[in-house]
Design a protein around this ligand. Sequence first.
Ligand SMILES: Nc1ncnc2c1ncn2[C@@H]1O[C@H](COP(=O)(O)OP(=O)(O)O)[C@@H](O)[C@H]1O
Ligand SMILES: [Mg+2]
Length: 882
Amino acid sequence: MTTQYTTSPLSTTEQPRPQGVAVPELSPLMQQYKDLKADHQDSILFFRVGDFYEMFYDDAVYASKILDIALTSRDKNKADRVPLCGFPYHAASTYISKLLKGGHKVALCEQTEDAKLVKDKRPVRREVVRVYTPGTLVESELLATHENNYLAALAPERDRVGLAYLDLSTGEFRATELVGHDLSHAVMDELTRIDPRELLLPDGPGHPALRTLDLTRFQTVSHLPAATFDETQAKNLLTEHFKPSPHKAMSPNTTPVVTSAAGALLSYVKELQPLHQLSHITALHITPPETTMVLDTATQQNLELVHSLNNRTAEGSLRRAIDRTLTPMGSRMLRSWMVRPLISVDAIQKRQDAVATFYADLSLHTALREGLDSVYDLERVTGRISTGVANARDLLMLSLSLSHLPTLGQHIASCTAPLIQECATTWDAMQDIHGWIEAAIQPEVPMTIKEGGIIRDGYHEALDELRTISRDGKSWIAQMEATERANTGIDSLKIKYNQVFGYAIEVSRANLAKVPEHFIRRQTLVNAERFVTPELKELEGKIVSADEKIRALEFKLFDELRVKIEKETSRIQAMAHTIALLDVLTSLAHLAQERRYVKPDIADDLEILIHDGRHPVVEQAIGPGTARSEISGFIPNDVCLNNETQRMLIITGPNMAGKSTYLRQVAHIVILAQMGSFVPALTAKIGIVDRIFTRIGASDNLTAGLSTFMVEMTETANILSHASSRSLILLDEVGRGTSTFDGLSIAWAVAEYIHTYRGLQARTLFATHYHELTELPNNRAGMKNYHIAVQEKGDTILFLRKIVEGKADRSYGIHVAQLAGLPIPVIVRAKEILAQLEGQSSDPIESYPHQTAKSEPSSTLARSNKAKVHNVPDDSPQMGLF
Ligand SMILES: Nc1ncnc2c1ncn2[C@@H]1O[C@H](COP(=O)(O)OP(=O)(O)O)[C@@H](O)[C@H]1O
Ligand SMILES: [Mg+2]
């Protein structure tokens, strides 16, 4: 769902009034609302009134629908009614979360002075204390644990675009510069990897690269004044933020467009968080784009890396299949590795060595995983600490996590793999921070930080004294109760506490006669009366003021501790990163053991050799294959691609044979290998791939509904113009989206072009139902025919799922149709027609009545026409019928 919601309720509600009609004066409260709203036009304003949040005008009309709450109106009896809806204050987070999911922004307006203190008739002071936008959240209840929550900004300039992105909940701040002749593609590809929740763009007509960007893919797009992107202003802001050492925090190769994107982004975030320094944003990391494999948007989707194609959920994705991490930080890092596989052999091997170390030492990795399992989300704790939303439970969570660090550190101390050694040498167990929290915070604490019950006894002298007064005061009350009972002889006399009246002596009606003179009556109940005495009042004063002071002091002490820890943010972040790294590495080792993956050989050449490879996702769905001969479970397959004899493989086989699975399996294995993981195979050797391109046929591509053929051709064009000899191309049923002959011709020409065009000549797997294409390898070196075998068993066929050299001899379309449950009469008739058509098999292609097929725009019509025509060549009816 995509919504770009821009509210301007006041401007739209306030229609020009007919001349001569007096403008009714707004009440002071509504005037206050109007002023606040004017500053937050693009947000839905939650306006605090007592114990409620209220919305007015268009906000109310709109929100009442989305939030499913009743719409009423203010000043019901007046002609000029104001639409109104609202809900109790404690329900706010549910409603905020609902609106954010829909891509909206919420401005939270609070009463910022005590209503009791307002003497004149003005409304209590109100201020917007926080604006919630989908890309700037820090509250754990509003975030998905295992997902980063990125806000991205684009700064376009002539031939380049600066792209900055920030996860405010963790402080991760990165930027990159994109250049090239196909900017909008490059921008989109990068944005797909980042998957931001909110995108910031400069106002105005904009740059061509951004104009062609498909903004409907982003839930929330916010336009900022172009001046925010001004480079000088951006630079000043960044320098100011990273004080005292901006040069350390920003790389010297931060280019002008990168500066403007990063600066604009930071200024937006700072405006939404005016009260906080955001000290957890400690550096701006520049990502050089050429260090990772390029995965364009279509490929990321087609390979179902993060979401499955059919329902956009994680179920069925590669990520879900391989994620064995135990911490949210690890899970987020694993995702980022997966969408950015490496292309340097050394860098890949460095990761592999670490995974191999854990793979080989089961007891080490089990011990590590036990420890990691108890580590909470350290990255996000730093975010909450720096934005002031952390509570005592967050600190306890931090402390508990830190308590595992010494042991974890010892476990890896003697590892020799360089990547693990780096972790070990920079290890910071942070026992000082752990000690501060342990000393200060009670083991059981409430959610709120304003009600006390947080700080330990013995931590702060004044607090201890106040607590003694409060505690003693309460025992004095108990004593007083006993004394008054004895003095009055009223056994049922009680001293009770009540929010409104404070402490009072309660005497039941039956005993009223015994009440002494000096008792002062305060309140009459049904069966009792309440009294106070001067002594009781004095005692109460002491206790109540002690309790109030305790709450205030505890809050102050907590905040001091929070600020003290905030100063250590960069240490915590560094360890969060180390923990995430260990988590990812051990999880990959765990996965490799669990699913019998092997370490692939990585080389700087063009050979891909996979023996008994498996599809990581399908294998987990249907279970591993049992014996070779049995057709159950997943059947492994080999792959051999190189730059000489096996550069392009044409893969045929009936529908459902397993062609698409095979193609995706190869891509998944390459991605896993280059991200440093082991792979599902018996052995594998991967010659580095710089880009993977995929074109998955129309009927497999569930983005259908658009002009599928157009999408198909655009993607194909993209492949032909960007692929190089280091790329891996997967073409699955290219040409299916148009009429048979058009499709066949295009598929043929595309295959030829990739095969022969210098500078292209990429390793290619081409799955097709066009049998004509099996002619291609006849006189072209480097092209080979393969097919996925089936076994004919009487009327039916058995899918063997085995790839073998050579072309498929038949398409078995009718067999598959029969398996799919087409009515028998249709099957019988189809066989008749096929037999008739096959009878004409000696006719050359040229004799095919071109006119008929060509003049039919729809492939379905083309097919039905062919069935009627009798002089159709051998292969065509098979390929055309199904
Ligand atoms: N190697 C395999 N072992 C077991 N089942 C497989 C294998 N390859 C594919 N399949 C199953 O066969 C079905 C069809 O595969 P698919 O790749 O879509 O076929 P095609 O693209 O040839 O029509 C899939 O549902 C998949 O689960
Ligand atoms: Mg297929």
